[in-house]
Design a protein around this ligand. Structure first.
Ligand code: ADP
Length: 307
């Protein structure tokens, strides 16, 4: 459905935001995961025809997006990261106006389309409410309603769940699942759980490059037997030992640490290793966080850790 070939983009300030990006994406939700500054928004904006690329191509259902941006625009919907709304206008009024821009000139047809979209995102009852009174989750659902005007084949949503509370996030995730039938829904996010819960296919991006690409399930399975964990009890005595040891980079400096995090006063360490890294390490089932952080590790020297 969407074929991206060797797409590159360098901004005027010399930052190369996209480096030879190639992806083939089918219907359903495709997750694009990466840290801030990875280039996700640059890719989204280029796909949404809001900026040019220096080289490469993007073909959406046979239409070359870079060569025919006008035609492509009728086939795509976009929910940008900083989707602003007019606070004093009602949901129905703004959606009606946006539908005019999308080419719905017949007022009766437009009214039907607007009502249908508001029902789909569960905002029909609130249609007369001013957008300034909407919660973050309601605003994002409104953003989806406008992105779906004209039944686009490609819907691009840029970091949509950032800032939503847990209930709103689940509701929004369910909405994304519902609307991803028969179309490509490209979801850019830095939240690993969003991808784990929603996306049958994904890519990880860093420094303008695609560094992993595939189904989360397959990428996770590829780490089977290679992720080990250990808990370090930071009681006052062991804490001082730990601090002492952690300043000594010679201690087990060959270990590749995936993550370290505090949990109930203890430090949980996850390590990548083809064999048991030490007697006190236990093998654990890998997860998508491990895939993400090992992909980002990609560095010449392993990180040192005190064990
Ligand atoms: P992400 O969405 O993954 O956070 P972005 O695409 O926003 O990443 O940014 C990728 C890189 O490009 C960053 O280094 C960012 O500072 C830079 N960048 C983004 N937009 C512009 C721009 N309009 N002009 C110059 N540099 C930009």
């Amino acid at each position: 459905m969407l074929a991206i070939q060797k797409l590159s983009k360098t901004y005027a300030n010399g930052i190369q935001a996209l480096r030879d990006i190639s992806l083939n994406i089918d219907c359903g939700i495709f997750g694009l995961l990466g840290p801030n500054g990875a280039g996700k928004s640059s890719l989204m904006r280029t796909l949404a025809t809001l900026q040019d690329a220096d080289s490469g191509s993007m073909i959406l259902d046979g239409v070359d997006i870079l060569k025919n941006p006008q035609a492509a625009r009728t086939m795509l919907g976009y929910l940008p990261q900083d989707f602003g709304v007019y606070p004093t206008v009602s949901a129905q009024e703004l959606l009606d106006q946006l539908a005019v821009f999308k080419g719905f000139t017949n007022s009766r047809e437009r009214k039907e389309v607007v009502a249908r979209q508001l029902q789909l995102v569960n905002l029909y009852e609130k249609r007369k409410q001013k957008l300034g009174t909407f919660s973050g989750g309601m605003r994002q659902r409104f953003g989806i309603a406008q992105a779906l005007l004209g039944s686009p084949k490609l819907v691009i949503v840029d970091e949509p769940t950032a800032g939503l509370d847990p209930t709103e996030r689940i509701r929004f995730q369910n909405l994304l699942s519902e609307i991803s039938q028969d179309r490509v829904l490209l979801l850019s996010t830095h939240i690993v759980e969003d991808v784990a819960e929603l996306c049958p296919n994904m890519a990880i991006m860093n420094r303008g490059e695609i560094i992993r690409n595939g189904s989360p399930h397959v990428l996770v399975n590829a780490l089977n037997g290679r992720v080990w964990t250990k808990t370090i009890d930071l009681t006052s005595q062991s804490k001082s030992q730990f601090i002492q040891k952690s300043s000594n980079l010679d201690v087990k400096s060959d270990l590749t640490v995936i993550t370290q995090r505090m949990s109930q006063g203890k430090r949980l360490v996850r390590v990548l290793s083809d064999c048991q890294p030490g007697d006190d390490f236990m093998s654990v089932q890998p997860d998508l966080n491990d895939v993400y952080f090992t992909a980002l590790l990609d560095r010449p020297q392993a990180q040192a850790i005190a064990v």
